[in-house]
Ligand binder design. Structure first.
Ligand code: UT7
Length: 305
C-alpha cells in the first residue's frame, strides 16, 4: 500500500506522510492471511539461513500483539506447522518492544542451557486493529513478520539486553478493547489502536536515548563501538534522534520504515533481515537493536553478529 493508495481512502497526502514519518509504502496481509501465516514464512527462512531444519529447534518465543487466537498461543500454532512438536512454545506481548523482550527471554534460556537452538519470531497483522477512519494512526501501521534463530555458542552473540516498562503511560498508546475488559458499544467486537502521537513521540525519543546510554554504560563501551543501529521503525524522525545520540551517521543505521511502516514486533527483525541479506551487516559487527511501544515498553539489545 503506497501513500497514494491511502490518499484515496482518507484525508491525507503522500507529502505529509513522507515528511512527518518517512513512510512511503507498507504491506497489508491478504484477506484471511493471519499473523501465524506470515510468521511461518519468516521462521522457515530464518531456520534455513541458520543451516538448520525445523526439527532442530528446541524453543519458540513468539512476539505479537495480534495473535490468531486467544489460545492456543501463536507459538504453538507455529510449532505444529513447523513440525517440532513437544518443544516449549509461547507468546510474549509487549507491543512494539515485543521482539526485544522475546529475544531477551530466549537468550536467557540459551545462556542457562535450557535451549540450544531457539526460534524467536516477531509477527503482526496490525491492520486488523487499525481504525481506517483515523488518519493519525491509519497511515502508520502495517503487517509483517521477522525471525531469528539463536544457537548456543562459547562466543558471545547477544552481549546484553535491557528491558523497561512504565504502565503509567497506558493512555497514550493502547488498543480499545479486549477479551476481559470487553469492547466499546457498537464496535462489533473490533478493538482499534489509539495513540496520542506527539506525546508518544516525545517519550519515545527520551526513553530510547536513555536506553542507548544504559547499553553503553553497562558494557563500558564508547559510542564508536557500535557498527550498526537496528531500530524499531516507527518514524524516521525518532530513528534520526537516536542515531544522533549515538553520534552515528545515518549510513550506519538500518532504515526500512519507508518500505514497511510500523509493523510493531516485526519491525526490528525485518530491519535486521534487510541489513543482513543485503550484505551491510557482516559477521563480527556490533549491533544495537532497540524498540519502543505501547505500555509503554522499551528495550535494547547489544549483539555481536
Ligand atoms: O511504535 C510505537 C511508538 N509509536 C511512535 O513512536 C509514534 C510516535 N509519533 C509519531 O510518529 C508522530 O507523532 C505522528 C507521525 C503520529 C504524527 O506526527 P506529528 O508531527 O507529531 O503530527 P501532529 O500529531 O502534531 O499533527 C500535526 C498536524 C495536525 O494538524 P493541525 O492540528 O496542525 O492543523 C494533524 O491534524 O498534522 C495533521 N495530521 C495529518 N495531516 C495529514 C495528522 N495526521 C495526518 C495525516 N495526514 N495522516
Amino acid at each position: 500500500m503506497h501513500n497514494t493508495d491511502l490518499e484515496k481512502m482518507m484525508d491525507t497526502t503522500d507529502e505529509w506522510i513522507r515528511e512527518r514519518t518517512g513512510i512511503q509504502r507498507r504491506h497489508y496481509a491478504a484477506e484471511g492471511e493471519t499473523t501465524v501465516d506470515l510468521a511461518e514464512k519468516a521462521a522457515r527462512r530464518a531456520i534455513e539461513a541458520a543451516g538448520l531444519a525445523p526439527g532442530d529447534i528446541d524453543l519458540i518465543v513468539f512476539a505479537t500483539a495480534t495473535p490468531d487466537l486467544v489460545f492456543p498461543n501463536p507459538g504453538t500454532l507455529l510449532q505444529a506447522r513447523l513440525g517440532c512438536r513437544g518443544v516449549p512454545a509461547f507468546s510474549v506481548e509487549a507491543a512494539c518492544s515485543g521482539f526485544i523482550y522475546a529475544l531477551s527471554i530466549a537468550e536467557k534460556f540459551v545462556r542457562t542451557g535450557d535451549a540450544r537452538r531457539a526460534l524467536v519470531v516477531g509477527a503482526e497483522t496490525l491492520t486488523r486493529i487499525t481504525d481506517f477512519t483515523d488518519r493519525t494512526t491509519a497511515i502508520l501501521f502495517a503487517d509483517g513478520a521477522g525471525a531469528v534463530v539463536l544457537t548456543a555458542s562459547e562466543e558471545p552473540g547477544i552481549i546484553s539486553t535491557h528491558l523497561h516498562a512504565d504502565g503509567g503511560y497506558k493512555d497514550l498508546l493502547y488498543c480499545t478493547g479486549g477479551v476481559s475488559s470487553g469492547y466499546e458499544a457498537g464496535s462489533d467486537g473490533k478493538a482499534v489502536i489509539r495513540m496520542a502521537g506527539r506525546e508518544t513521540f516525545k517519550v519515545a525519543v527520551t526513553m530510547l536515548g536513555n536506553s542507548v546510554d544504559e547499553v553503553l554504560a553497562k558494557n563500558n563501551l564508547s559510542r564508536s563501538a557500535i557498527d550498526w543501529l537496528v531500530p524499531h521503525q516507527a518514524n524516521i524522525r525518532i530513528i534520526q534522534a537516536v542515531a544522533k545520540k549515538l553520534d552515528l551517521p545515518m549510513e550506519r543505521v538500518i532504515v526500512t520504515v519507508q518500505d514497511h511502516g510500523n509493523t510493531s514486533a516485526a519491525s526490528v527483525p525485518l530491519a535486521l533481515d534487510t541489513g543482513v541479506r543485503d550484505g551491510r551487516i557482516r559477521k563480527g559487527d556490533t549491533l544495537l537493536l532497540e524498540a519502543f511501544g505501547g505500555g509503554f515498553t522499551w528495550g535494547s539489545a547489544l549483539v555481536r553478529f
